[in-house]
Write a protein that binds this ligand. Structure first.
Ligand SMILES: Nc1nc2c(ncn2[C@@H]2O[C@H](COP(=O)(O)OP(=O)(O)OP(=O)(O)O)[C@@H](O)[C@H]2O)c(=O)[nH]1
Length: 383
């Protein structure tokens, strides 16, 4: 994250992600938790947004602006706003609905927002977050999603606009659902996605890997995965592994690093081989609010410093890796591609025996990803 802009300065023509929805639906909380590493409980003290908050997110393959809109303003009623200015270069419009509240008004606003935005720019992707589902039972979550989908479908059909496609997600800032939703939303904006997926497919099929995710380290958004189906459990395990490694590093420090350094080096397998051998990973799947956040502000600062250094040098010699063996015989294997990206693979222990091959294939994968990144960076600079 390079910069927070809180004024209406004109930004570049990067794809935009708009966060819209009624007041107190959770827009600012989502932005702060996902992109600012704010602990979810701290969002209780967030003040209402009074004007559009613009933030420039520039990190590896993720390169866009995120605009957080104040919920109390209906931008289509306000003649002061030109819809062309707002929706002209939008990549995704994320509409947040508070599922713990009566959502009739929210659906009405969603309908006007979507139809007006589509009239200006039909290439926008519309994403609907049915949010704050942490307070709801599983059955109620499904019923709510069905109800929202049904009512929006009917409203669009009545207006003969059923060609407008909306994607729905059940989310909460208190678990991994918000990261999973953002991963899917952001992948739609990453032009290199097909190339990265192909590289991951080749890596998996040549190394006996069952599932591989390429994660943005700071946000825990996965920017690509291989083409085998994503199941929430494997995603959560991999995503929690990043937290575990960062927490371990914050406690013990990285090998050979200065106090200001941060990498994912010296994670359990660097600390005496089988520190976790044969044990279930000490991971809790829904403990966002309970996670250790040792010095999370300075962690964020150090990651940002490193990102900046990385963008200056465009390379990293880091060979950080981590290994966690699970009770069921599977292995979670993490390798740092660079300071901003990690690869996390899930594979059977038998297949991990050939880890010389996996390491060799990983080096090829890393070089290819670096090349793709360099290529897209040059193309973006030229544009
Ligand atoms: N239970 C629960 N509460 C949430 C969640 N996300 C946000 N909240 C709470 O919802 C309240 C409102 O959040 P905000 O992020 O300020 O809402 P907003 O949509 O930005 O509000 P405006 O700025 O007024 O438009 C805060 O107290 C948050 O803690 C969630 O996933 N679950």
């Amino acid at each position: 994250m390079t910069l927070t802009l809180q004024h209406d300065q004109v930004l570049s023509d990067k794809p935009r992600i708009l966060l819209m929805g009624l007041q107190r639906s959770g827009k600012s909380s989502i932005q702060r938790v996902v992109f600012g590493k704010m602990p979810p409980n701290d969002t209780l003290y967030l003040e209402s947004t009074t004007k559009i908050q613009k933030e420039d997110i520039t990190r590896s393959f993720i390169d866009f602006q995120i605009w957080d809109f104040p919920g109390q303003v209906d931008f289509f009623d306000e003649l002061a706003y030109d819809p062309q200015d707002i929706f002209g270069t939008v990549g995704a419009l994320i509409f947040v609905i508070d599922a713990q509240d009566d959502y009739n008004d929210a659906l009405h606003r969603l309908f006007t927002t979507v139809t007006s935005a589509y009239a200006v720019n039909p290439s926008i992707t519309f994403e609907v977050l049915i949010h704050k589902v942490d307070g709801l039972s599983d059955d109620y979550k499904i019923d709510t999603q069905r109800d929202v989908q049904q009512r929006m479908g009917d409203a669009l059909a009545d207006a003969q606009m059923e060609y407008i496609h909306l994607t729905y997600y059940l989310t909460s800032i208190y678990d991994n659902s918000i990261y999973e939703a953002f991963s899917k939303i952001i992948q739609k904006l990453i032009r290199e996605l097909p190339t990265l997926e192909n590289l991951l497919n080749v890596l998996c099929s040549n190394s006996g890997i069952d599932k591989a995710y390429l994660f943005d380290t700071l946000t825990k958004i996965y920017i690509a995965t291989d083409s085998s189906p994503v199941d929430m459990q494997s995603y959560e395990l991999c995503s929690d592994m990043i937290d575990v490694c960062i927490d371990v590093e914050c406690i013990y420090g990285a090998q050979g690093s200065s106090p200001n350094d941060l990498s994912l080096a010296q994670t359990p397998d660097h600390m005496g081989g089988d520190a976790l051998d044969g044990q279930q990973t000490p991971i809790s799947l829904d403990n966002h609010e309970n996670q250790l956040h040792p010095d999370s502000d300075s962690l964020e600062r150090r990651l940002i410093d490193h990102q900046n250094q990385e963008q200056n040098t465009h390379s990293s010699d880091s060979e950080a890796s981590s290994l966690i063996k699970l009770d069921n015989g599977d292995v979670l294997y993490m390798r740092e591609v660079n300071r901003l990206l990690v690869l996390i693979c899930l594979l059977r222990q038998d297949n991990f025996e050939k880890h010389g091959l996996i390491d060799y294939n990983f080096q090829c994968f890393k070089e290819a990803v670096t090349e793709v990144f360099e290529f897209s960076r040059k193309r973006n600079t030229q544009q």
